[in-house]
Design a protein around this ligand. Structure first.
Ligand code: FES
Length: 271
């Protein structure tokens, strides 16, 4: 639930009408989780620092303007938080609509079907309609030539597509499919914070932004990636996925072992 629970002085607040006391420095999202309240999220996860980029976890706080991200907002004494107001629900649906508009609509045949946080969150926020030509935008990321109606590319149909980035199959253990990337940067932060490798970065801006494994032209195999799998575990979609899962489907059982060799805490999943 974003940043781990802190160990500071106790702070009391109210979330959705329920009183809770948590250590100073705890995020609102974490405090809500301690009460069993689940706030939608995409860029936050338990083992990396909160980043506040996806804006799906917005909440309302009485006496404060705007709708801050609950994953990066620390609790304060007497704070009154609303996580389910009609305003934040509408904002979350709008955010999800934008994400889905730039994502492939192949859920039924996607290897992450049933194990995809984007899919889960779309259901959780109640997204039922996408107004932004989702299929055309999806095509813009997955095809080498432009589709009719790809308004952002501003080039005639059939021309080379500047947004197209081919799938990277170079790593023997996992694949990287940029068409499914929501640029939450969880993989980049896991590479830095969990593994300490700094092999990944985000390059480009806006619609052109993408996860990159090092210098231009590098693929995962020739980059500084050490194949630890931290990025794959952090990915909320099928962008970074184990080849065994892509080929054989999601296993119904797995055992996660944490390496005791050093203090990094790398985890290994056996299926
Ligand atoms: Fe808080 Fe993404 S989960 S901004």
């Amino acid at each position: 639930m974003g940043t781990p629970l802190k160990t500071g002085a106790p702070v009391s607040l109210t979330i959705d009408g329920f009183a809770v006391t948590v250590p100073e420095g705890t995020s609102v999202m974490r405090a809500a989780a301690e009460m069993g309240l689940r706030i939608p999220k995409l860029c936050a996860s338990d083992n990396i620092e909160a980043f506040g980029s996806c804006r799906l976890c917005v909440v309302e706080i009485e006496g404060r303007r705007g709708t801050p991200a609950s994953c990066t907002t620390p609790v304060a004494e007497g704070m009154v938080v609303h996580t389910q107001s009609s305003r934040v629900k509408k904002i979350r649906r709008g955010v999800m609509e934008l994400y889905v508009s730039d994502h492939p609509l192949d859920c039924l045949t996607c290897s992450a079907n049933g194990d995809c946080e984007l899919q889960d969150m779309a259901g959780m926020v109640g997204l039922r309609d996408v107004r932004y030509a989702a299929g055309e935008n999806h095509y813009a990321r997955t095809s080498g030539t432009l589709a009719q109606g790809d308004r952002r590319a501003r080039a005639p149909e059939g021309e080379a597509n500047p947004r197209y980035i081919p799938k990277d199959d170079s790593n023997p253990y996992f694949t990287y499919d940029p068409s499914k990337c929501i640029v939450c940067s969880r993989c980049v932060r896991a590479c830095e914070e969990v593994q300490g490798t700094f092999a990944l970065t985000i390059e480009g801006r806006g619609f052109e932004s993408r996860v990159s494994a090092g210098a231009a032209g590098d693929d995962f195999l020739t980059s500084d990636c050490v194949s630890c799998g931290a990025c794959v575990q952090a990915c909320p979609t099928a962008t970074l996925q184990e080849k065994s899962v892509a080929e054989l489907g999601t296993p119904d059982r797995s055992v996660i072992t944490t390496c005791a060799y050093c203090g990094v805490g790398c985890s290994f999943k056996a299926e």
